[in-house]
Design a protein around this ligand. Structure first.
Ligand SMILES: C[S@@+](CC[C@H](N)C(=O)[O-])C[C@H]1O[C@@H](n2cnc3c(N)ncnc32)[C@H](O)[C@@H]1O
Length: 249
């Protein structure tokens, strides 16, 4: 009998749209960079310190930032993802790559003022509201002055969230601070229920602006954008994702 722990770790084969499923049922790594992740990889080499990629999976953004010359700390809650990421990094870039396994934000720590840029791409939709607030506050502490945070998240404007939309609108009207919390993902997207945690937090402009302004960030950019790379049954009207760039000081 082969010992499973001795089997080589492999990145799963891509889906038809190029997305690659995670090994821990936390959705998919995207196939290419969205405009905000791209901006992170371009800022990273000139950031005022090393850059941190939270929930890096197999390295879609980390590997590009490394290629651009940045020093990169790749974080993930699943050590297997980071091992595959490291194996994918060219030998010439590995001296600038650090792996940091841990549950962000509660089980991950860096010295105050030590980082130049932080990317949180398609990870916060697994967090409840208070955890998103802790995330923003922690990153604010870790960044050096002039450092930047880049955030990408899914919005309520997904075809798979259409049945959730009336709940979202009713919560907005009632002034709920977290209108986009989908408590039962299986009911809305049964096709993907086995590859997603049960809670999904769809974020809008108002919520992100409030949380990151409160943490002290100067919001440089905040907008929704289309995802032609998402599976056709998820795409809706060009507002599927939202991105934020915030600056410290
Ligand atoms: C949907 S994938 C996104 C991967 C990549 N950032 C992208 O944009 O394609 C989410 C990744 O975040 C990781 N993750 C989820 N919760 C996390 C947490 N609390 N701390 C660190 N990583 C986390 C998962 O293991 C997974 O690799």
């Amino acid at each position: 009998m082969p010992n499973p722990s001795e089997e080589p770790l492999m990145m799963p084969p891509p889906e038809p749209n190029g997305f690659v499923r995670t090994l821990n049922s936390m959705g998919y790594m995207s196939a290419s960079l969205d405009p905000f992740s791209q901006a992170f990889t371009e800022f990273a080499p000139r950031a005022p310190g090393p850059c941190l990629d939270i929930g890096a999976a197999y390295g879609v953004a980390s590997l590009v930032a490394l290629r651009n010359g940045a020093s990169v700390i790749s974080n993930d809650i699943d050590e297997r993802h980071l091992k595959i990421l490291s194996d994918r990094a060219p030998a010439s870039d590995r001296s600038r790559l650090t792996l940091a396994v841990g549950d962000f934000p509660d089980k991950l720590d860096f010295p105050q003022g030590s980082l130049g840029a932080v990317l949180i791409c398609r990870v916060m939709h697994f967090f409840d509201g208070p955890k998103i607030e802790r995330a923003a506050e922690k990153v604010m502490g870790w960044l050096a002055p002039g450092g930047k945070i880049f955030v990408v998240n899914e919005t309520p404007f997904l075809r798979t969230a259409l049945t959730f939309f009336p709940t979202y609108e009713a919560r907005l009207k009632a002034g709920d601070p977290w209108p986009g919390v989908v408590e039962n993902v299986g009911a809305h997207d049964p096709k993907r229920a086995n590859i997603l945690p049960s809670l999904m937090h769809l974020l809008d402009e108002k919520t992100l602006r409030r949380v990151f302004s409160k943490a002290g960030f100067v919001i440089e950019r905040l907008e929704m954008f289309p995802r032609p790379d998402f599976a056709p049954d998820i795409q809706l009207d060009g507002r599927e994702s939202i991105g934020l760039v915030g600056r410290k000081g």
